[in-house]
Design a protein around this ligand. Structure first.
Ligand SMILES: Cc1ncc(COP(=O)(O)O)c(C=O)c1O
Length: 419
């Protein structure tokens, strides 16, 4: 058994010790955080080096050096605090983890290489052979692949439930159900799931409640307040916010994070220190960026809703959204994504994006640059028509990530392409 401190953050005075048992990790956290969301995002910082740099230094190192054999022995045995290896801990990833925990109201967290590695690591870390997962039917395509193709290889089954059919969820709980996994808003159909209801449902059935909070970000929605046990992010999206790096984050109950961390360090899902440095700097501007994403998206959604060439415009804060009231209850603003159907089927969708002149055609979202995706001909083209319909992917569906360009320019480009 050995222990070491992975975090040493001046702003929050964190003392975090991991006691490493063969495959178990126990964190002792004495963190005392103060301040508002924006302040925590900016002022949470790892200790300055002797250079006294104002902005966090980049600790681009795979391992750490020790003064002598005795020091290394002491750090490995836990008698002395220190880093062992960057697959386990690094000052840049520690700072990022600390921030996301403060923003989500989580006890502890883990940084991973991508959003998908966060999802896989969280599920694999808590599930055992024979377990069952309950998940919302409309879900990100790679998460769908993990649930339907990968986890079954290890004897883990799943059931999809409809997001609006909450009355029925109880009927799908089995004796071996362990996890409820959802995203809200969902990708790409922007369905909204009632976190408060699901939090109570999960607690009543003794289920681990996991939420992919990638579309909302902790600035707009904090699922832990509603009873989520684990919150997951593709940090590649709004947390970076500028389309530069990949990353994933897991935050939640300490006892679960300990288990997931065990899986993470041995399977090697760690985030690169460079990406952690970029993402931690990005979090400093998350609030201001999200305010503008939401403002631009709402203005555009109102215009799209009235446009004769579009139908089924979905934006969580439009009154026409089927779950508008729930969105208002659990989200601070409606987010930066809009989904809408361009009339004319698959060809209508393709010709619309071909006529755009400024807005990018890309698979990413959450960028400063506005982006459109036509799921039926790209991200979801491998699915059968029946599968697409189940995920609410209509032929003319467009997912738009509204960026931070001037809103008049975004609107002008969309209106021109719809002519
Ligand atoms: C909701 C959601 N979750 C997870 C992911 C996966 O993230 P990454 O691409 O960082 O692996 C994505 C990617 O688009 C996503 O939209």
């Amino acid at each position: 058994m050995f222990s070491f401190n992975i975090r040493n953050l001046k702003a929050t005075n964190v003392t975090k010790i991991i006691l490493v048992l063969p495959f178990t990790f126990i964190y002792l956290n004495t963190m005392k955080a103060k301040g508002n969301f924006e302040t925590l995002a900016i002022r949470t910082q790892s200790e300055r080096s002797k250079e006294k740099e104002h902005s966090t230094a980049l600790h681009l190192t795979s391992s750490y050096a020790y003064e002598n054999a005795e020091e290394m022995k002491n750090i490995f045995s836990g008698e002395q605090q220190g880093n062992l290896y960057s697959r386990i801990s690094n000052p840049n990833t520690a700072e990022l983890i600390e921030k996301i925990c403060l923003m989500e109201g989580a006890e502890d967290g883990i940084a991973t290489a991508t959003g998908m590695s966060a999802i896989f690591t969280a599920l694999a870390g808590v599930l055992e052979n024979g377990d069952h997962v309950l998940a919302c039917r409309s879900i990100f395509s790679s998460t769908n692949t993990i649930l339907t193709k990968m986890l079954p290889k290890w004897g883990i089954s799943y059931t999809y439930v409809d997001v609006d059919d909450t009355k029925n969820w109880q009927n799908f709980v089995q004796e071996n159900t362990k996890v409820v996994f959802i995203e809200t808003p969902t990708n790409p159909s922007l369905d909204i799931i009632d976190l408060e209801w699901l939090g109570k449902f999960s607690a009543k059935n003794n289920l681990i409640f996991m939420v992919d909070n990638c579309f909302a970000t902790p600035y707009l929605q904090q699922p832990i307040k509603y009873g989520a046990n684990i919150v997951i992010h593709s940090a590649t999206k709004y947390i970076d916010g500028q389309g530069r790096v990949l990353g994933g984050l897991i935050a939640g109950d300490k006892i679960l994070i300990d288990k997931i961390f065990g899986f993470s360090i041995h399977s090697g899902t760690a985030m690169s220190p460079f990406n952690a440095w970029v993402l931690s700097k990005s979090l400093e501007t998350l609030a201001v960026r999200m305010d503008r994403h939401c403002e631009n998206a709402f203005k555009l959604a109102v215009i799209l809703e009235k446009h004769p060439k579009t139908e089924q415009v979905k934006y969580p804060f439009l009154e026409s959204h089927p779950n508008f009231e729930i969105a208002k209850k659990q989200m601070k603003q409606g987010g930066g994504l809009i989904s809408f159907v361009v009339k004319g089927g698959i060809e209508g969708g393709k010709s619309f994006i071909d006529k755009l002149s400024m807005i990018s055609i890309s698979a990413n979202l959450g960028d400063t640059r506005s982006i459109v995706t036509h799921p039926a001909s790209s991200t979801h083209s491998g699915l059968t028509d029946e599968e697409k319909l189940e995920l609410r992917i209509l032929p003319g569906l467009i997912r738009m990530s509204v960026g931070l360009e001037h809103v008049d320019d975004i609107i002008a480009d969309i209106e021109h392409a719809l002519k």
